[in-house]
Design a protein around this ligand. Sequence first.
Ligand code: C5P
Length: 237
Amino acid sequence: MSAIRISPRERLIVALDLPSVAMAEDMVARLGDTVSFYKIGYQLGYAGGLSFAEQLAKGGKKTFLDLKLHDIGNTVGRGVESVVKLGATFLTVHAYPQTMKAALEARRGSPLKILAVTILTSYNDDDVREAGYVGTARDQVRRKSEQACALGIDGIVCSAEESAMLRPIAGPGRVLVTPGIRPSGSASGDQKRIMTPAAAIAAGSDYLVVGRPITEAGDPKSVAEAIVAEISAAAER
Ligand code: C5P
């Protein structure tokens, strides 16, 4: 874990991977005070979700815009200036030097934190080679993370299996944000490398991103409460 103090409740980020703002509003209402941090990605973002994210931030929630930006520096920088106005807390960019430099420069003086996506967790060693990289997926995650940290990135999105390797690289001041979390007993879906909330905290992750185990549950609030309790117990150890 980083040295940054974060409450157990705030460590849980719920992925609002839903097709409409109406469904997202309903989910946020059902989760109430149990959840304070929401991730909005392509699906909801391209369906009115960016205005919804702005409303959430105005209403006191934290937002993570998982937009995975990557373009020429000028375009990235202007995009980030618009994201700053939405009041977001986290924004993802792909871990390419020009992209990261432009994003960090554009958010300067704002509370927005830029997170780097190194190698997507759906890529295995063969996929990494096919994409033109040398070495294993893990080698590339390490190399890209070192580069991101040298450029002053605020945090890294990584699988919990990578958190232990990345903590010494990230140091205590950067955050490690981990999807692929499954409370014991819940369906893994298409996630292959999964960890329980307690194991991910023990591995050094700061924030846990959980989508379907909460959003597809009959009682999302009670599942979210159980995850917060598990995070709380693990963080005290
Ligand atoms: O529903 P589930 O808990 O699998 O959702 C995980 C969320 O984290 C999704 O929004 C997915 O896009 C995102 N994510 C991921 N793996 C990554 C990066 C992001 O699953 N490496």
